[in-house]
Design a protein around this ligand. Sequence first.
Ligand code: GLV
Ligand code: MG
Length: 324
Amino acid sequence: MRQRRSCLAVPGSSLKMIDKARGLGSDQVFLDLEDAVAPLAKAGARKNIVAALNEGGWGDKLRVVRVNDLTTAWTYQDVVEVVEGAGANLDCIMLPKVQSAAHVSWLDLTLTQIEKTMGYEIGRIGIEAQIEDPAGLVAVDEIAAASPRTQTIIFGPADFMATSKMRSLVIGEQPPGYEGADAFHYPLMRILMAARAHGLQAIDGPYAQIRDVAGFTAVARRSAALGYDGKWVLHPGQIDAANEAYRPTQDDYDHAENILDAYDWATSDAGGRKGAVMLGEEMIDEASRKMALVVAAAGRASAMTRTDIWQPESAPEATEAGAA
Ligand code: GLV
Ligand code: MG
């Protein structure tokens, strides 16, 4: 599954923004029918989205459409019109405000019906589930397990702040008065565990101060450090910052590849079949290899190249060390 470091939100009602989004460097684009589209503009936005997907020009971006949530009257028509009209040119449907596994099951079954009717490959279109309120958060394990189509679990800070009654008016930023800790740590970690337990990507939501790229980067780095795969971007100016925050730093990437090489060598006949060795000042063992694999895989997925390559001769000492 391709990593979605940057997920660009584009209102389905704006032909200008849809057109511009095609040429931008986000990993994913999602054309929105939900909160960025006014009720009276929803029907027109469905038509714009179908036309835009079928026209193409999206390069290798993942193409996603966010439909309205299942408490509204719009959801089924959103899904039917978009998937019947452009299902062959669409990668995922994003379902917002998911509160139970039944919401995901409904979408799964509906997609299967449309795929059968239209002659599409069954099961190709994925699901992205947004967790945006307390009901969704406490049910996130079942939500993550509800359909094999599900690819990502997404944290929606704006609706989450509103439904939890967090005292803040700034989307994605810490609520004032809660100094010294991260008010989003619990939902972020809760979602991350559910996502990882089911092999899904965990995606952080929007940051609405679109001119404050440093603020965006600080928030993105926090969820990236926890293990999140990517974050929404609301403006072209946030794309590079997201792509950078959700890939390893060059030092970490080099370090991870060097751990893999050094450990591979140390465990070989030539390296003395050792299970725990020193790499510079650091002891590495099988657990280090697993950690390094995560960072190396993320770097390779972002097409990073090595700048500092470990060689057996340069190993200061391959002395056996105690295991962690
Ligand atoms: C996104 O949908 C959010 O509510 O933050
Ligand atoms: Mg929302």
